[in-house]
Design a protein around this ligand. Structure first.
Ligand SMILES: [Zn+2]
Length: 393
């Protein structure tokens, strides 16, 4: 498509709502201009979408998904049982579900066989429609560490260095590590307070990744593990249940982001279908999680929205659940929406071209019914989704 104009739209630009109604002109894949709506302006010969007062927002971003997990009762067990071709099919099947929900970008943090990286390549090559996938591929973990089914087991600075270089060579835009144990994944022998990778390993990973202009994010739940990540200068903490008030101040100071995946742990702790061992571990830490989010929010830490979709009984997509949970956790609607647009782009490292409705930005735009700053439910079942200037529907 050459040109497209969205007429008479309210605009949330990725950080704030603009006053009034606007026409958004898109040329090829780029936002060309955003001008106040004037009924006398004619855009002759250009395909037009009449937003009629609906709200245009940047395409939503889910910062924490596992496309290769199926969101069933025990996805890790399914991964162990299935072969590489089945993993790939699950990944494709998951990816196909995102655009309809207005989610034009996802950050995939751990896929067996690097499946999410290959699916992203296929989407970029136009083999089928799907979201932009910013995928770490396999994570980097210690031998026996958290989420072994999608982890490269590496011990010592030189092995983790090789693992970082392997993922960078594959084209991964970020590195995911397991800094601590987790709630879900292994039935025994894994505690959320366990520090997994050693300080010299985390230091090496962050140092090498940054030398290659790649970000690092850590699965990190226990306090000591999070501290080690901050010391190493990591870019982002996933989950972060045991972040303390002083650590929140340190994160703000250093520009370390938090993707709390707030909803999933409430869900894991309270759903009868979730495996017993995981339910119990989640229940033990959800009170701390609430404080961590509060302290980070108050300190002004960059907070992003990530659902952990694909986890037990969390189907693709589950971003709306996370957005409601963040609101319930104390963020304003504007902050919640920014966590899934502008700030999400900052956390991925693409905020100079994505995550905002601004001139010169890539045209990933969703038209939603109503005003999401009045109720986040306006984000459900979008009226139109545009990715890269192409009208998906
Ligand atoms: Zn995860």
């Amino acid at each position: 498509m050459e040109s497209l104009v969205i007429r008479k739209a309210m605009v949330f630009d990725g950080g704030r709502a603009l006053a009034g109604l606007y026409d958004i002109l898109i040329e090829k894949s780029v936002i060309k201009s955003i001008t106040p709506y004037d009924p006398d302006t004619k855009f002759a010969g250009i395909e037009s979408i009449d937003a009629d007062g609906k709200t245009a927002i940047p395409g939503l971003m889910d910062l924490h998904v596992h496309l290769t997990w199926n969101g069933g009762a025990d996805p890790a067990e399914d991964i162990r049982r299935e072969n590489a071709e089945e993993h790939l099919l699950t990944t494709v099947g998951s990816a196909l579900k995102y655009l309809a929900a207005g989610i034009t970008s996802v950050r995939d943090l751990g896929s067996p066989g690097d499946a999410a990286i290959f699916v992203d390549r296929a989407i970029k090559a136009g083999k089928f429609q799907g979201p932009r996938i910013f995928a770490s591929g396999q994570s980097i973990i210690m031998t026996g560490g958290h989420d072994p089914f999608h982890g490269i087991m590496a011990d010592g600075p030189w092995e983790v260095l090789r693992a970082v270089r392997r993922q960078v060579a594959l084209g991964a835009p970020m590195i995911k590590i397991s800094a601590t144990g987790g709630v879900y994944g292994r039935t025994e022998g894994e505690g959320v307070d366990d520090v997994e990778l050693r300080q010299e390993e985390v230091d090496m990973i962050v140092d090498e990744a940054h030398r290659r202009n790649v970000k690092v994010t850590a699965h990190a739940i226990g306090e000591a593990g999070i501290r080690g990540c901050l010391k190493a200068g990591i870019d982002c903490i996933e989950h972060g249940h045991c972040i303390t008030e002083d650590m929140a101040a340190e994160m703000r100071e250093k520009g370390t982001a938090l993707v709390p995946t707030f909803y999933i742990y409430q869900h894991l702790s309270s759903s009868a279908e979730v495996p017993e061992y995981a339910r119990k571990k989640a229940a033990d830490i959800i009170a701390r999680h609430r404080n961590a989010l509060k302290w980070c929010h108050e300190a002004g830490v960059l907070i992003g929205a990530g659902s952990d979709a694909g986890s037990p009984y969390s189907p693709h997509p589950s971003l709306m659940e996370e957005l409601y949970a963040l609101e319930e956790g104390g963020l304003s609607k504007e902050e919640v929406l920014t966590a899934a647009t502008g700030n999400a782009a900052r956390i991925i490292g693409v905020s100079e071209r994505l995550g905002f409705i601004k001139e010169g930005y890539l045209a990933d735009i969703v038209i939603v019914n109503g005003d999401p700053l009045e109720s986040l439910s306006a984000l459900e079942r979008p009226a139109h989704v545009i990715k890269d200037g192409e009208v998906i529907f």
